[in-house]
Design a protein around this ligand. Structure first.
Ligand SMILES: Cc1cc2nc3c(=O)[nH]c(=O)nc-3n(C[C@H](O)[C@H](O)[C@H](O)COP(=O)(O)O)c2cc1C
Length: 336
């Protein structure tokens, strides 16, 4: 069991945001899976992303790795909010109210659009809370307390838009939107999806950027980070993957893509360890409280243990889910 603010993840295993958490039926299957303690939706934009045949994924032949050229979800935020409402208001098979948290992944390069997205999420939370309060016989948990928001700052596949987490000035401007929302309502749990960083001063800069939003030593708008996203500008040849998605010599029609799965595992572990050490040793209690969700190459039971040993409080996966379907989480849970 693990906590981010007052949100409980039991067990501390989730899916990270990905193409297999895109549609309602996929989210429902994830929500009902007993092996995971929370789910993450695919990254949504305000109005949906224009997807075409160049946005795709391929799995490697010789390891459980993937390369993908996806952007964001074609489904706009309002659809995810309808689906989250449905998941959080439908009793389970035993008739109990929902208790599993949902991390809503969102992104925008524009501060005012991002602000609009946060307001829409807050409106959903308010609606869930009011309906819950009005019930004569209330479920154990107020569903409005089960929502967290993850800002994806790290997709490597958006043409002419480098991931803002590699540019701390752009990142700061986006984070201000969350800091402002937090100053109005500190009950909303915010986190960041980060890209893989490759040298130590980048970790220092990321932590300083987060710390710059602390109001005092005990309060910071950011409750968690999820690291890492895929490694951009990666290249695989068609003979390295199970089903090439492009005619020609490369695995992807875009040639370049984001690498994930086992090929990313060491770098992801390094990122988790680098952040968890910096948080644990930080002078400010507000920063020491930030939870690390570890992702990247979690494809086996022992990889989950390695992520925890590196400092992850919660562990997530995407590639294994894509490859194995929902059975991925049983594989990660049961010692072989
Ligand atoms: C096909 C695919 C789509 C993804 N889409 C998203 C996304 O929409 N938003 C996001 O934050 N991360 C996305 N990711 C990154 C994953 O959440 C995860 O951080 C990364 O793949 C590393 O985990 P893994 O090794 O278990 O795949 C995607 C990954 C894959 C493979």
């Amino acid at each position: 069991m693990a906590q981010i603010n007052s949100i409980t993840f039991d067990p501390p295993l989730i899916n990270t945001s990905c193409a297999w958490a895109s549609e309602l039926h996929q989210l429902r299957e994830l929500y009902d899976c007993v092996y995971i303690g929370g789910i993450t939706t695919r990254t949504a934009t305000l109005n949906g992303f224009n997807e075409d045949a160049s946005n795709t994924v391929a799995f490697t032949k010789d390891s459980v790795s993937s390369i993908n050229s996806y952007g964001y979800s074609p489904n706009p935020l309002h659809l995810y909010l309808e689906w989250v409402y449905s998941l959080l208001t439908t009793p389970n098979a035993k008739g109990d109210g929902p208790s599993k948290p949902i991390i809503i992944s969102i992104t925008s390069a524009d501060d005012s659009e991002l602000s609009e997205m946060v307001q829409q999420i807050q409106a959903l939370r308010q609606k869930l809370h009011v309906e819950y309060e009005a019930k004569v016989s209330r479920p154990a948990i107020d569903p409005s307390t089960l929502i967290a928001v993850e800002l994806n700052t790290s997709c490597p596949n958006i043409k002419d838009h480098p991931p803002p987490a590699y540019d701390f000035i752009s990142l700061t401007s986006l984070l201000e939107v969350f800091a402002n929302a937090f100053s109005v309502d500190s009950s909303l749990t915010f986190g960041l999806k980060l890209p893989p960083y490759m040298y130590s001063t980048l970790f220092d800069d990321a932590v300083s950027t987060l710390a710059s939003f602390s109001k005092d030593n005990n309060s910071n708008p950011f409750a968690f980070i999820t690291c890492t996203n895929t490694l951009g500008s990666s290249l695989l040849f068609e003979d390295q993957v199970l089903a090439p998605t492009a005619p020609g010599k490369f695995a992807l029609p875009t040639s370049f893509g984001g690498l994930a799965g086992e090929a990313l595992h060491s770098l992801a572990l390094g990122n988790v360890y680098a952040f968890s050490q910096r948080f644990a040793n930080h002078q400010s209690p507000a920063i020491r409280k930030i939870v690390v969700i570890g992702a990247g190459g979690v494809t086996r039971y022992d990889a989950v243990a390695r992520m925890h040993a590196a400092g992850a409080t919660i562990v997530g996966c995407a590639t294994l889910l894509g490859k194995e379907g929902i059975g991925a989480f049983k594989l990660l849970t049961e010692k072989p």
